[in-house]
Design a protein around this ligand. Structure first.
Ligand code: HDE
Length: 697
């Protein structure tokens, strides 16, 4: 129900609008403050007291209600994926997919289905930082005409474990250690690596997690994956296996590890702010929806099991069919009501989509509904506006805490014959249009004795980890090896790092030896694998750097100025950046007005100390001789250019600014350019600079 003032509370469909008693005052009659019972509040500053200096009275129902509600504002945070950011948007279909699925959202070219998408980190609490090394959640709720379909995925296409049985152990090991309550939002500690080194099946995921995939530049610049194999089922009841992919239009981009660390100090909300500000400015992030479609015959021909969530099917083996796009074009109105209360559930599927026997997926089908009952406090959380389907919901489920609906009549059971007495009899099942589980003869291994087991090929824990490693550029491999060294160097249990390196020896001897050398370990021994790895072809699609999109679109460029900087150079650069769809951000020693060469002033977007260069994708420095002379004595300015150089960014500068670069010890290279070449240079990162400035493993 729409409300006529922002201060009224919507009660959902079917609620009553109240008549307002006009009140004269600065805001007219429409914005009066009331209690939750609708009683107007006469004084919102002073509690009711007996005497000016006397005790506060218990009778003060306005005070008591206000404090009572405040006391209960928080709800339990998600046990995993607690920290997240979300947005509204739509999914648009490029061409009908009726031959492979009967799902309504895939039937009509150009049809738009509303969505709500939440991105998240996994390990940290709701108040933790945005740029730790971690997997990112990528959860999409499609509000289809046939009900809600939730595709609850991640930005990494595989997972740590093969069976839901291990999930609580994984999460306990990765979160803050039980006795000390730290570290927050970090895998670099004893319990995580103790567990991981004892779980060879996690190796493939660990290589991804140690890669730059786990430190994305922006939610807008990461891929999303459904991870499990699902099914699409058409009208004729034919099933096709499918793996779901989201591909960002802005390209995949990650941070440099040192940059990610420094961002935790510079801006805890780096990703949240980036998403919110981009959408608010009308730069709507967009992803293409890709499907890997295959049948039983292909599944059986692969040397790995398609039910194993620690395996991918490389795009070179099975290319993506791009079928639509996802656009996020509206920020939530209220963080709590939408982003916090949204409840995604892999079990929410629509006719035309179905599950497979992936043992991790099967466990997830139970978990989400269960956790949401405890997080949102009632079995009626599906009625919250953000969770409610946008199609009719009709059944005989009744009552429960926080029931928001008022069902009429006495038909709360079925079958009934109340209609024969001219009473409403309620809804009936839909044998044709209702959801049908895909019926099929058992595939190999799908039936048999009741046992706690895993399928044979699940025992191959290393082939695909090796495939991922081989597919990376030398620079990306150096990042992975260095990340293992960083993480394991924080482990204080002496027996754990050698065990982990023993597992890595099954992936690649070069990787294992680099990690061992970085940790000062001599002669690491290989742990014998449950199944010897096989050699699979490398997949260029798995490398970020090989697929880097050289663009300034959606990037933020810092421009450092000071008193006397050249006005025309600044305005030309701002114009060129706007043309390239980048966002210019002026940084100056003072946020107030800075006087430029032509006597005009400009207002900085940020002050030097509060706007370190890790906030930007590339930087430009435009200074007068006077400005340069003063900034070479300002540590923050020297650090500004030094960090940008260290984070492999382009640096554009005018003649006077060279003095600042010299002070920071910046050696000219392809990324350090005159302002004339800056726009082109700024759309890249300079990976080959790294070995000259940083010792990597
Ligand atoms: Fe989740 N996961 N998960 N997960 N997951 C939750 O549900 C769980 C897994 C994912 O933005 C929880 O409402 C189990 C894989 C995302 O609100 C919980 C297993 C993938 C989100 C839960 C997995 C995911 C969650 C916590 C192994 C990628 C955040 C709060 C069997 C395909 C959704 C909640 C949001 C959230 C359980 C494994 C993705 C506890 C038991 C694999 C993106 O129910």
């Amino acid at each position: 129900m729409a409300t006529d003032t922002p201060f009224e509370t919507s009660r959902g469909e079917g609620g009553e609008t109240h008549q307002h008693i006009p009140e004269s005052g600065p805001h007219g009659g429409a914005d009066h403050l009331t209690t939750n019972q609708g009683i107007r509040v006469s004084d919102n500053q002073n509690s009711l007291k007996s005497g000016v200096r006397g005790p506060t009275l218990l009778e003060d129902f306005v005070l008591r209600e206000k404090i009572f509600h405040f006391d209960h504002e928080r709800i339990p945070e998600r046990i995993v994926h607690a920290r997240g950011s979300a947005a509204h948007g739509f999914f648009e279909l490029y061409e009908p997919l009726s031959d492979i699925t009967s799902a309504d959202l895939f039937q009509r070219k150009g049809e738009k289905t509303p969505v709500f998408v939440r991105f998240s980190t996994v390990a940290g609490g709701a108040g933790s930082v945005d740029t730790p090394r971690d997997v990112r959640g990528f959860a999409v709720k499609f509000y289809t005409k046939q009900g809600n379909w939730d595709l609850v995925g991640n930005n990494i296409p595989v997972f740590f474990i093969q069976d839901a049985m291990k999930f609580p152990d994984l999460v306990h090991a990765v979160k803050m250690e039980a006795d000390r309550g730290y570290p927050q939002a970090a895998t670099a500690h004893d319990t995580f690596w103790d567990w991981a080194s004892l779980m060879p099946e996690s190796t493939h995921m660990l290589i991804w997690a140690m890669s730059d995939r786990a430190i994305p530049r922006s939610f807008r610049m990461m891929q999303g994956f459904g991870v499990h194999t699902f099914r699409l089922v058409n009208d004729a009841g034919k099933s096709t296996f499918v793996k779901f992919h989201w591909r960002p239009k802005l390209g995949v981009q990650s941070l440099v590890w040192d940059e990610a660390l420094k961002l935790q100090a510079a801006d805890n909300d780096y990703h949240r702010r980036d998403l919110f500000e981009a959408i608010a400015a009308g730069h709507f992030p967009e992803w293409e929806f890709g499907l890997q479609l295959f049948d039983e015959a292909l599944a059986e021909s692969l040397p790995y099991d398609i039910l194993d969530p620690t395996k991918i099917i490389p795009e070179e083996v099975l290319p993506l069919k791009i079928v639509g796009r996802l656009v996020l074009d509206r920020n939530p109105d209220n963080f709590f009501a939408e982003t916090e209360q949204v409840a995604f559930c892999p079990a929410n599927i629509v006719p035309g989509v179905d599950f497979t026997n992936d043992p991790l997926l099967q466990g997830r089908l139970f978990s989400y509904l269960d956790t949401q009952k405890s997080r949102l406090g009632t079995a009626n959380f599906h009625q919250l506006p953000i969770n409610a389907p946008k199609c009719p919901v009709m059944n005989f489920q009744r009552d429960g805490q926080m029931q928001m609906e008022i069902p009429k009549g006495r038909a709360n059971y079925e079958p009934n014959s109340l209609s024969e007495n001219s009473e409403a009899g309620g809804p009936r099942e839909c044998p044709v249009t209702g959801f049908h589980t895909y019926e099929h003869a058992s595939a190999p291994g799908e039936q048999g004795d009741k046992r706690r087991v895993r399928a044979e090929l699940f025992a191959d824990h290393y082939s695909q980890a090796r495939l991922f490693w081989k597919s990376q550029t030398p620079s990306e491999q150096a990042h992975i090896a260095s990340a293992f060294v960083f993480e394991l160097s924080k482990v204080q249990l002496p027996h754990v790092p050698p065990r982990m390196v023993g597992n890595l020896l099954n992936v690649d001897a070069g990787l294992a030896n680099r990690v061992a050398a970085g940790l000062g370990l001599v002669n690491p021994t290989r742990n014998s694998p449950a199944r010897e790895p096989i050699e699979l072809d490398a997949s260029a699609a798995l490398s970020i750097q090989k697929n880097m999109k050289e663009t300034l679109e959606g990037r933020q460029i810092g421009i450092l100025i000071a008193g006397g900087s050249d006005a025309k150079t600044i305005s030309d650069l701002i114009g060129a950046l706007n043309n390239a769809k980048a966002r210019p951000f002026i940084v100056a020693p003072k946020v107030g007005e800075t006087k430029l060469s032509d006597g005009n002033t400009i207002r900085a977007d940020g002050q030097l100390l509060g706007s370190p260069s890790q906030l930007f994708d590339a930087i430009a420095v435009i200074l007068s001789n006077e400005g340069a002379t003063s900034l070479i004595h300002e540590g923050a300015a020297v650090q500004w250019v030094m960090d940008a150089f260290g984070h492999l960014k382009a640096i554009g500068h005018d003649a006077a600014a060279k003095a600042l670069l010299d002070k920071a010890g910046i050696q000219p290279d392809a990324g350090v350019v005159d302002l004339g070449s800056f726009i082109e240079a700024a759309s890249k990162r300079y990976w080959d600079r790294e070995p000259k400035i940083r010792m990597l493993a």
